[in-house]
Design a protein around this ligand. Structure first.
Ligand code: ADP
Ligand code: MG
Length: 245
């Protein structure tokens, strides 16, 4: 589904943010990416939906090759973006639109889906995240956990083949974290390819097929969650996990 081959990325001339990334993600796989702050996790997953250009190497997403910076093909970028959904740490909902309008905005304007169809689809996705009763409220009338579930439903409305999560629970009050993780666990059971940047070990242990650990722009190790959490191979991962506990 996703293949990074010797991908390198710099911010400006001097800051080498992603180094020699090789990573294959299978269809239906649930991958957790973790590592210290600033290690390049967000940058890595933002490459998958072509939000970040890269300067060397190859990246293929759902059969479409994304070219290095300066040689991008707009059609390839659009094709990739259509197959990838993303959920951010800050939910990025439009505060002046109702929940339902937040969900139908892109399908109606970009996908040219008729209103009634877009609304039916939006309600179905809100049901999937157990929040259909909030469809006519505005985002700020909801709790943080509910807003994040709306953001997940919004991503699902575009029928993505891959769903990216960038620390989706980091901005939430502790008591709301599980509201979002429970929904993510359910989605994980439904066969969608998921790439989640998260430090929620319980989530990683219960749903991830594989954990990737990054430090300073490199993938340091990849392992099954049990093996990674109980017996990390690298000293850097060991130190990282010690701090989490
Ligand atoms: P993580 O998600 O692991 O915390 P990021 O991918 O956000 O790490 O960032 C990796 C490094 O790149 C950090 O040092 C960050 O400050 C830097 N960085 C991120 N975005 C930009 C940008 N647009 N321009 C310059 N530096 C950036
Ligand atoms: Mg980040």
């Amino acid at each position: 589904m996703v293949r990074f081959e010797q991908l390198n990325k710099w911010f400006g001339r001097d800051f080498h943010v992603l180094r020699d990334i090789d990573l294959d993600i299978a269809r239906g796989e649930r991958l957790v990416v973790c590592g210290p702050s600033g290690s390049g996790k967000s940058t890595l997953i933002r490459c998958i939906n072509a939000l970040e250009p890269f300067q060397e190497g190859r990246l293929t997403v759902n059969g479409v090759a994304l070219a290095v910076e300066g040689r991008e093909d707009l059609r390839a970028v659009q094709q990739v973006r259509r197959s990838v959904g993303m959920v951010f740490q800050q939910f990025n909902l439009f505060p002046h639109l109702t929940v339902l309008d937040n969900l139908t905005l892109a399908p109606r304007n970009v996908g040219k889906v008729p209103r009634a169809e877009a609304e039916a689809q939006a309600l179905a996705q809100l049901e999937r995240v157990h929040i259909a009763d909030q469809a006519h409220k505005f985002p700020l009338q909801l709790s943080g956990g509910q807003q994040q579930r709306v953001a997940i439903a919004r991503a699902l409305c575009l029928a993505p083949q891959i769903l990216l999560f960038d620390e989706p629970t980091s901005a939430l009050d502790p008591e709301m974290v599980h509201e979002v993780l429970d929904v993510m666990v359910e989605l994980a059971g439904q066969g969608i390819t998921m790439v989640c940047v998260t430090h929620e070990m319980e989530f990683a242990r219960s749903v991830a097929d594989r954990v990737v650990f990054m430090d300073q722009g490199q993938i340091i190790e990849q392992a099954a969650p049990e093996a990674f959490f109980s017996n990390p191979r690298s000293e850097r991962a060991r130190q990282f996990l010690d701090k989490l506990l």
